[in-house]
Design a protein around this ligand. Sequence first.
Ligand code: SF4
Ligand code: SF4
Length: 439
Amino acid sequence: MQTNFTPEQLADPHVAESEAILRKCVHCGFCTATCPTYVTLGNELDSPRGRIYLIKDMLENGRPADAEVVTHIDRCLSCLACTTTCPSGVDYMHLIDHARVHVENTYKRPLMDRLTRNVLAAVLPYPGRFRMALRLADLGRPFKGLFRRIPALKAFAAMLDLAPRRIPAQSPFAKPGLHPPQAERRGRVAILTGCAQPVLDPEINAATIRLLTRLGVEVVVPQGEVCCGSLVHHMGREEQALAAARTNVDVWIGEIEAGGLDAIIITASGCGTTIKDYGHMLRLDPSYAEKAVRVSALAKDITEYLASLDLPSHMPRGITVAYHSACSMQHGQKITMAPKLLLKAAGFTVRDPAEGHLCCGSAGTYNIMQPEISAELKARKVRNIEATRADVIATGNIGCITQIATGTGIPILHTVELLDWAYGGDMPAKLKGLQQAAA
Ligand code: SF4
Ligand code: SF4
């Protein structure tokens, strides 16, 4: 694609990067077929190609974002299906990241939109505040119907839909500390505790630590970790995201220097995509650029790391698992086979739901900010999963677990919870109904 940026504009490294990305696009439109918003809405401006044109026009003309551009950028899930499909290697992720920062810096959103975003950015990345907010959700539930009828309050109705009625107890595994190996030592890793995940489903990190230590891996839960920053990053709040990235880089570099690390284990693929991008996010900060590259190189999804441990194979256990590949797993991190191969080796029968490339509509805070599109995508995803007639759903991202669980009665777990069970752990509580099948 031809571009017309001035030398002055290109002196800004963010603009220069976006210009290089734009030039790679050849307008072929292959990406439209796999874009969930185009597939759902049928509007070219809600396709990757349409958004690329809108962003190009906005940046090239040095214009502040306007309501139309913001509408179509906000509807993008950042699912990155377009990057998997694009034959020209267009780096849409960094282009939309830049566009979101531009929107945040140049566009004044309507009052309720601003308020909702401020609440989400102030609550979700902080486990204590998030837990408190979930407790308060009980007070808001009676007003959910009312909120849904008032357009400005729809996001609050969506939050109440997603808030679980029972908040799990805090896990001792969430506390900073060292978990020694229980077999011959074969590695040392740090684990990202996370923000929303340990509140919504503390069993995920608990199962990870139990499994790894049983396999001979020492696991450290470092003191001082914070949210990876992806929630605010996708809102265009660059400074808040970079501050989170710097804090985590300091924590993990400290651990590398103190005891050495073979990997930084991440159990939410949305976080994994962002942490693997820290090297890029902090590339212009001379104090952090090199350290961030080291951290990104060590970041591993739990299934990536387990695949390197050469686990033994088990006999079939008579349980069929529908594997839902989170967008951040398959498109963001390009991890497609490891989770399924691990499940198969552990004795599960694995099925791939149709249209596996399409997002479930969770996408960070998307299911709160864009509840209608999100609901359509969820219904489509659930239809495809239920058609597999699986006993269980497995996936690698807490956002997908929360989203899909509100649409189906099939139990949905993190892949590592099934693997922990298969390799010597207790049966996950969510699967008690399957006890007979497993016997
Ligand atoms: S990131 Fe997803 S929703 Fe956004 S343009 Fe690409 S395919 Fe479409
Ligand atoms: S597939 Fe790639 S090159 Fe083709 S229109 Fe989409 S982004 Fe551009």
